[in-house]
Design a binder for this molecule. Structure first.
Ligand code: ATP
Ligand code: LTN
Length: 337
């Protein structure tokens, strides 16, 4: 904080389209917490993104506050980071419009997430779903972000963000910082407990596939015990050939902090049942304090709302500066006042 040179900026976000999962801790929140003191951080609840899939309005409102509360429960310190809701800062939607005019139809069509979600939500393949990565680029570029900690699935969106930043900078003059993704070595893609070839997702209709951060201890134990494993008997880490057991090893690593090699060494000759029991114990111990903090934070909605109002104010000041600059460069006229 006392450093004379301004700190580099970190930005990330999660959609409030359901209750957060262990995947969010593994791919995102854990790294946000670890990096929050080194960077000037913006952590956004990306509610406009959530609209690309049909939402029940009351759920979306509730999950928006849940999501912000979970950022705090996971260890984000509001004294060090700006936490806010995307729709409270209009510059996000405004910059997304300008960036959409710099995005090729073909390049947007190549986004894997768009292709996957078009299949999952075949009854509602809307233009917003197509433009989703452009809004994400706007989120990131408004803050002159250097680092974006995300899970593996967001790598392609980060590439597009970098391309758009470079394209705009080359067409006009340096305007945007070109961001780098930060993807963890382990936990970048936690897999479904019921089908370890699929990503663990908050919107999986089979609740046994996903550990939710609000799950109680019994639910956590039950889901781990029922996790689908591979037809083998040894505990070895090989995500490609043994995705089920490797996923449990990653979960154990996440919960205990023990290195993957040490876990494999220690459990090499253990039975699957014994290993699962150890994973469940470690996970219960890891998630219980998060859940307790979440309940405390969530029970004081007034303070949470106040924090988000202040966050939006701080974010808007920075975002407006970039947006004005962009509007001026592309030739949008504005009177002097
Ligand atoms: P959904 O699972 O509902 O489709 P999503 O994963 O597409 O949601 P978000 O919930 O917004 O989208 O994810 C936010 C962040 O959490 C991203 O950085 C994403 O990579 C990360 N993340 C989500 N699920 C996992 C997972 N299973 N493993 C690792 N990281 C994850
Ligand atoms: N697309 C991301 C969520 C997201 C995001 C962002 C992540 C929206 N805007 C900006 C990092 C930075 C996802 O995981 N589905």
């Amino acid at each position: 904080m006392n450093d004379a040179s301004p700190r580099k900026v970190l930005f990330s976000g999660i959609q409030p389209s359901g209750m957060l999962t262990l995947g969010h801790i593994a791919g995102a929140l854990r790294n946000w917490v670890a990096l929050q003191h080194q960077y000037e951080c913006y952590f956004c609840v990306v509610d406009l993104h959530a609209l690309t899939v049909r939402q029940v309005p009351a759920n979306l409102r509730r999950w928006t506050l849940d999501c912000a509360a979970m950022y705090l429960a996971a260890g984000i310190e509001p004294a060090h980071a700006t936490i806010f809701v995307q729709s409270h800062v209009p510059a996000h939607a405004e910059l997304a419009w300008v960036l959409s005019t710099f995005t090729g139809f073909g390049e947007a069509s190549r986004m894997t997430q768009f292709k996957e979600k078009s299949v999952q939500h075949a009854d509602n393949v809307n233009v917003g779903l197509f433009a989703y990565p452009i809004l994400m680029a706007a989120d990131i570029l408004l803050y002159q972000t250097e680092l974006v900690p995300v899970g593996e699935d967001q790598k392609q969106h980060l590439e597009l963000t970098r391309d758009l930043a470079q394209r705009f900078n080359n067409a006009y003059s340096p305007t945007f910082t070109v961001p780098e993704p930060y993807i963890p070595t382990y936990g970048a893609r936690l897999m479904s407990l019921q089908d370890p070839r699929k990503k663990m997702s908050k919107s999986d209709p089979n609740h046994n596939a996903t550990i939710f951060l609000v799950d109680d201890n019994d639910a956590i134990r039950r889901k781990i015990q029922r996790a689908v494993t591979d037809s083998g008997t040894t505990i070895t880490y090989d995500p490609e050939h043994r995705p089920g057991i490797s996923n449990l090893i990653e979960i154990y690593h996440l919960a205990s902090g023990e290195p993957i090699e040490a876990i494999v060494e220690r459990f090499r000759d253990a039975s699957y049942a014994a290993f699962k029991a150890a994973v469940a114990d470690a996970l219960v111990a890891y998630l219980e304090p998060v859940r307790t903090r979440f309940q405390q934070i969530r029970s004081d909605e007034g303070s949470l709302a106040q924090l988000l109002v202040e966050g939006a104010r701080r974010a808007a000041r920075v975002a407006e500066r970039t947006l004005r600059n962009v509007y001026r460069k592309v030739g949008l006229w504005r009177p002097q006042y």
